[in-house]
Ligand binder design. Structure first.
Ligand code: LAG
Ligand code: CA
Length: 443
């Protein structure tokens, strides 16, 4: 299970947060496929509690594939349409828990109460860990993190055969529709043995799995434990990027060697996801970050070899609870979004850097230079070169690129041309800006 290895692969994932499936399908055809993205990651497809808030998605009511994002048929049509456009589909999958509210009726019409979700689960299928409210209180206790409740969400007894069999049946239903991979929500809250058991029952096996494990240095549960199952989301990277681009200095980003982090081959990284952009889970940059740092950080994420990169594509909100605009019908236009949608995946710099990543593949980081804390430049083998100036003064220099001589189009601006001669590039990078050249984008 791995997303990226060699040049020509398409490793970049877009998290199309809260996009309905019909609009994902249209966007796969119109932009995502042609731009070279490898995967879309879509919001959870199962029946959930009703309500306008985005997080209703994470309060599962049943495994009927009728969600705010569309019907089972919409999901199937989206998978087929994206596949036809050369794009694979990852589904955000909630195995750890069911709904946390007292009672209600779900998006497919099923009524439930806390700990009873007919026809799937009854009260015998859950953990009652014995803390007040059965909630996690001690985040350094493995037992509590994995068998108590995360925000009151009814915690499934994933060590039992009944629960494993039904979760695997749900997973196999997704696989039968052609889903390519899974983002396992709240993976840290399930023991690896339970996840392994369930994943082992899937047929076909997912081509890619990424697991949400929010871990800090010294935490009892570490993401690396989960690397035998698939990729692991490395939130420490997200926070390191936020700090570095916000004054800490990007010269520290040449390599990531903290022994507790998930290794590069198993790390899934992002500048922000739907939680961190709202200030949850880990500190991150977001679209409101000053001085172009959000874009520059995404450029870095796509240029640097550490991990498999996910690009968040999201929407503006006034409250952190706000659901998507227009009933989740994502709307982009040109190189941006409309109607509140941000369409980060269409931004010229991000789409351009996806082409860069596809071209450089696993080529080694080369020719690193950093003359001051907010200026870095580096190559990827002899096929790509990027310069990031997160400084408030222009950076004029002659760079050793390793690139074949020729005239290249900068994929950040999508228009400026640069000449490499004798492997050297002489230029001045504007304030808080970047230049990226690769052999797939010669002028
Ligand atoms: C995740 N990974 O472990 C998701 O990435 C994250 O977005 C989910 O939280 C969380 N796990 C549970 O799947 C989101 C919101 C929470 C929300 C929760 C359930 O960030 O705010 O909790 O989904 O909808 C909400 C209320 C809580 C309440 C809970 C249960 O905010 O106050 O206790 O619902 O009713
Ligand atoms: Ca659990």
């Amino acid at each position: 299970i791995a997303a990226r290895t060699t040049p020509g692969d398409k490793p970049v994932i877009i998290q199309l947060f809260q996009w309905n499936y019909a609009s994902v399908a249209a966007e796969c055809t119109e932009f995502i496929g042609p731009a070279g993205y490898g995967y879309v990651q879509v919001s959870p497809p199962t029946e959930s509690i009703s309500g306008s808030q985005w997080w209703t998605d994470y309060q599962v009511v049943s495994y009927t594939l009728t969600s705010k994002h569309g019907s089972r048929d919409d999901l199937k049509n989206m998978i087929d349409t994206c596949h036809a456009a050369g794009v694979k589909v990852l589904v955000d999958t909630v195995w750890n828990h069911m709904a946390g509210i007292d009672s209600g009726t779900g998006t497919a019409g099923d009524s439930f109460t806390h700990y009873s979700y007919p026809p799937t689960w009854d009260t015998s299928n859950f953990h009652y860990c014995g803390t007040p409210g059965n909630d996690i209180q001690d985040w350094q206790s493995r037992t509590q993190v994995q068998t108590c409740e995360l925000s009151n969400l009814a915690d499934l007894a994933t060590e039992t055969e009944t629960v494993r069999a039904k979760l695997a049946a749900f997973g196999n239903d997704l696989m039968s529709l052609g889903v390519d991979g899974l983002r396992l929500d709240a993976a840290k809250h399930m023991p690896t043995a339970d996840i392994s058991n369930i994943v082992g029952r899937l047929n076909p096996q997912p081509q890619y799995i990424t697991q949400e494990v929010v871990a800090g240095d010294g935490d009892t549960i570490q993401g690396s434990e989960y690397a035998g199952i698939g990729d692991v989301q490395e939130f420490r990277w997200t926070t390191a990027i936020q700090k570095a681009f916000s004054g800490g200095g990007i010269s520290s980003l040449q390599s990531f060697t903290d022994s507790q982090w998930t290794d590069s081959a198993h790390a899934n990284v992002f500048v922000a996801n739907h939680d961190t952009e709202r200030g949850n889970a880990a500190a991150s940059l977001n679209v409101n970050s000053p001085s172009n740092t959000y874009t520059l950080a995404n450029i870095f994420a796509l240029a640097h070899p550490y991990g498999t990169p996910t690009v968040l594509s999201s929407y503006t909100y006034s409250s952190v609870d706000d659901g998507a605009p227009n009933g989740g019908t994502g709307s982009c236009y040109g190189a941006g979004g409309v109607n509140g949608w941000l369409c980060q995946h269409r931004w010229t710099a991000i789409a351009g850097m996806t082409g860069f990543r596809n071209t450089v593949g696993s080529a080694a980081l080369t020719n690193w230079v950093s003359p001051s804390s907010d200026r870095i430049a580096f190559g990827r083998g002899n096929v790509g070169f990027v310069i990031i100036n997160n400084d408030d003064a222009a950076w004029g220099a002659t760079f050793t690129t390793g690139l074949p001589d020729g005239v290249y189009t900068d994929v950040i601006s999508g228009s400026a041309n640069f000449t490499v001669s004798g492997g050297q590039l002489k230029t001045a990078v504007p304030i808080r800006d970047a230049i990226a050249l690769h052999v797939g984008a010669k002028a």
